[in-house]
Design a protein around this ligand. Structure first.
Ligand SMILES: [Cu+2]
Length: 622
């Protein structure tokens, strides 16, 4: 294999793989055939990266705090590859805390010890140490990301994107949205080599350790952020309480239905959760949750700007790298075509609003409108707990040093800061359930599964979240224990050790009994089909087979979404089906960091005996 050092500028590569294809103006099927013939197969290479983790004191939204950086930046640098390449990323931990890096959505096929789960697949990288993550991208393409998996440290800045250009022979849905226009299709094909980054991060006033300390010491759920950052940039705005309350009307109702209490919003749009937290108004600085007690102060820091110029299309790589909150995305005056979700081409959907789940990735194509002007790209928090919005810009003007001026609602704005659609009947929002894979062969196995595991998502105390039936919590200390991948004793109550063998089909039935919180559930090592879901009722059967035998209309084994993370709605359920094709010890957890840290996590052992002898001694002895 040839070794390639990281490119010195974005998108550079010394090969032609996945790059612009010369358009051939014929009917689409012949075009596709010629396209395949015209491009030589790519030889896999090793992509070498060095990730240097440091701490700094910076003010991305105008307020200084300690934060972490990867190679001096936040988010970290793009790791890119062509499908089939090997990635070799050396992590140098120059922080004062232990660290691991998880490559979110990358299956780690055959290398479960490279999964970056502390106490599960490796020992932590301690301050001053380095560790090399080495893994293949065979069989995977599209958008991923990497992040710290120790505690909540990715919320402090240890997070960045991974992009894998699809192999030339991957079927793409571009003809469906260009109606066979070969030039347009070739433009999309070219944009796919280097989509425009649109990375969403939630940001806090305090470090994640400080928040966690307050959480466990005082028993408060700090379900409140200090706003989003887009590509590491953003500003604090302070809408009136009247405007926040109007945008948050639905949230107030939901909270009242669940608790019987009429709540209100503070100046950062955070819902007063004193009814949950047990403190009648948090006004003690020692107890202060992010957002509470300190009146909102507006800042004038830079927002991210993208210049569209004369291109017919833009293609965005949307990644939700947040640690707590999902988001609604819309672009004023623009449609969006959703083309990929979680590293899989999907049946395209034309939407004006996209729900961006925590940890999830979306490749979207945006037809440009040309002309002049600056259009807001809006990110509105989708959670009950807060009304907050961040903005980036899509600009048709010549680049200047000054920032566009925020503007209020116009006819071209599709959502408000609460994520509410202005014209819900005529403004299509993304339908996750309908986002089936474009490749029709990517269907779940039919028939009964070999294993069914039932989970119940539950809040067992103010700051205690469980997923095991019976309420067992994964202790945070697990991060420091001998990794379960090779530990002698795996008999912990959050370890699922039920004899899963390679080739077995596994169903995860997940009932969410919380009345308010959507839990974004993430499985390591696999993608799964979402074969049943509901936001109004629990699954109600002990297996998928039983549901089918009873004539349940819930089950979709025909064209379900194919994901590596998916939200379990409050009072609802999801059922994930996957093929055990990757021996290892795989985490299954909520991606809300505070839920993960307080127990909402399990490890599913898969043919551990087969993989254990193959673990490199360099990993075991690390
Ligand atoms: Cu959760």
């Amino acid at each position: 294999m040839e070794h390639i050092k990281p490119p010195s500028f974005p998108g550079s590569t010394n090969r032609d793989c996945g790059a612009l294809i010369t358009p051939v103006p014929m009917i689409k099927y012949i075009t596709t055939l010629l396209t395949l013939l015209a491009v030589p197969a790519c030889a896999a290479v090793v992509r070498e990266y060095s990730l240097n983790l440091t701490a700094s004191y910076l003010a991305p939204n105008g307020f200084y705090r300690e934060m972490f950086l990867v190679n001096g930046q936040h988010p970290g640098p793009l790791i890119e590859a062509d499908e089939g390449d090997t990635i070799s990323a050396t992590v140098h931990n120059n922080l004062q805390v232990p660290m691991t890096i998880h490559f979110h959505g990358i299956h780690q096929l055959g290398t479960p010890w490279m999964d970056g789960a502390p106490g599960v697949s490796q020992r932590s990288i301690f301050p001053g140490e380095s560790f090399v993550y080495n893994f293949t991208t065979v069989g995977q393409y599209g958008s991923y990301w990497y992040h710290a998996h120790v505690r909540s440290y990715y919320q402090d800045g240890i997070r960045g994107p991974v992009y894998i250009r699809p192999a030339n022979d991957r079927p793409r849905p571009y003809d469906m949205i260009t109606e066979g226009n070969a030039t347009a299709t070739s433009i999309l094909r070219a944009l796919e080599s280097n989509p425009t980054p649109l990375y969403i991060m939630d940001w806090n006033k305090l470090t994640s350790d400080a928040i966690y300390y307050k959480e466990v010491t005082y028993g408060i759920d700090p379900a409140c952020i200090f706003g989003y950052l887009i590509n590491g940039k953003g500003r604090v705005t302070c809408p009136t309480n009247e405007a926040i309350t109007a945008a948050g009307a639905r949230r107030l109702e939901t909270f009242q239905n669940a608790t019987g209490i009429r709540s209100s919003f503070d100046s950062l749009g955070c819902l007063d959760l004193s009814a949950v937290n047990g403190y009648p108004g948090i006004d003690n600085v020692a107890l202060e949750a992010p957002g509470f007690s300190t009146p909102c102060q507006a800042t004038n820091t830079d927002r991210e700007i993208f210049y569209a110029n004369e291109a017919d299309w833009m293609m965005f790589n949307v990644v939700n790298m947040a640690g707590g909150f999902a988001s609604y995305l819309s672009i004023d005056g623009h449609d969006m075509w959703v083309l990929q979700v979680d590293g899989t081409f999907t049946q395209p959907q034309k939407v004006k609003q996209l729900y961006v789940g925590l940890g999830s990735r979306y490749i979207i194509a945006v037809p440009t409108v040309k002309g002049n002007g600056d259009f807001a790209i809006r990110f509105a928090c989708s959670e009950v707990a807060q009304v907050t919005e961040q903005i980036a810009w899509l600009s048709y003007n010549a680049p200047t040093a000054s920032q566009p001026v925020d503007y209020p609602v116009t006819s071209d704005v599709y959502q408000d800061m609460g994520g509410n659609l202005y014209d819900p009947d005529n403004t299509p929002t993304f339908n996750e359930t309908a986002a089936a894979p474009y490749e029709e062969s990517l269907k779940p196995p039919q028939g009964p599964a070999q294993h069914t595991i039932h989970f119940t998502l539950n809040r067992t105390a103010v700051v205690s979240f469980s997923l095991m039936d019976g309420g067992a919590l994964m202790p945070i200390e697990m991060e420091l224990m001998t990794p379960l991948l090779w530990a002698d004793d795996v008999s912990h109550p959050t370890t699922v050790d039920i004899g899963i063998k390679t080739g077995d089909v596994v169903d995860l039935i997940i009932d969410n009994i919380d009345p308010v919180i959507l839990h974004p559930m993430h499985l390591h090592g696999h993608s799964f089909w979402v074969v049943s879901e509901s936001n109004v009722e629990h699954f109600g059967y002990s297996t998928v087979e039983e549901a089918i035998a009873n004539g349940s209309s819930k089950i979709n084994l025909n064209n379900p979404p194919y994901r590596d993370g998916y939200g379990a709605a409050p009072r609802g359920h999801v059922v994930f089906r996957y093929i055990a094709d990757n021996a290892g010890a795989w985490m299954f957890h909520c991606h809300i960091n505070m839920h993960l840290m307080t127990g909402m996590s399990a490890v599913i052992l898969e043919d551990r005996a087969a993989i254990r002898p193959k673990i490199p001694s360099s990993v075991i002895d690390f």
